[in-house]
Design a protein around this ligand. Sequence first.
Ligand code: NDP
Length: 325
Amino acid sequence: RRMPVTVTVTGAAGSIGYASVFRIAAGAMLGHDQPVGLRLLELPQAIPGAVGTAMELDDGAFPLLTSVDVLDDPRKAFDGASFGLLIGARPRTKGMERADLLAANSDIFAAQGSVINDVAADDIRVIVVGNPANTNAAVAAAHAPEVPADRFTALTRLDHNRAIAQLARRTGASVTEISRVTVWGNHSATQYPDIFHARVGDRSGSDIAADRDWLVDDFIPTVARRGTAIIEARGSSSAASAANATIDHVHDWVLGTRPDDWTSVALPSPGVYGIPEGLVCSFPVRSVDGGWQIVEGLDINDFSRARIDASVAELQSEREAVRTP
Ligand code: NDP
């Protein structure tokens, strides 16, 4: 039997946290032969909720779950952790400006980055879900100088999965027949779901993208505004699908992407595709031997370039807003 690995989940009492931990305990994230110890980190006022979640985890009698700890001290929560799922973030409240939201979250993620730097396991891998996810990941990475920057990622897999679902609806193909979709940029309304390199059964994505009215007026806005549509429909934001995407992201990071396919992950740019170095931007990536490799050399047409540039400009302005002088 393998040694258990420690998975730390922040904001564990929240909706996405709640929807994630049971599937992690069941082996969906790291495989059905990998025992897991869970650490649930929460703010002091949310500890009772996390304790309730821990009681339910106990009651699942999950064979792979070796321990559950509920903590409000990040230093204890990340001690020896191999995975950090940073889900908890400060939501925008009434009267709060965008700059206030960025600043409040920057403080949270700077603190968590520096704790991860000090106490996490050498193989720590981080995924930031809490918004603004890309910039929060950049801040955390900047405060963890001893951790390789590419271990800090942000979630755009939900956008990626949404794009696949919309393509399947449009074409009648099953999701398993769709590959090589890319989400570029920020996890925000400026994100750009790119199907020009996709394959849908034996059709090429650029063939499907030839219907520009559908691409511009339907596909791209439907994917980018899906979160808002879900809030309108269910009265609260997406939780199970966000948890599912978080689990997909870590699963593929550890266990590999499908052959002949890639996925979308936001990670610090090494300066490829004209995206400034260090900006946490979503790219097409493959997972090779447990690390992300950006798929390079894709031909970016003018249509795509303009949209990627717009999202990158937004990322730059977020990054400027949180930069400490
Ligand atoms: P959720 O679990 O619904 O969401 C958590 C975060 O994920 C939010 O920032 C949310 O952004 C973000 N998110 C990213 N992608 C998506 C998506 N596709 N759909 C929905 N959300 C997405 O929030 P809750 O309020 O239910 O729970 C948050 C918990 O975090 C609370 O229990 C709180 O106490 C805790 N917290 C913990 C901290 C810590 O551990 N240090 C710090 C701050 C909070 P958005 O707000 O834009 O929807």
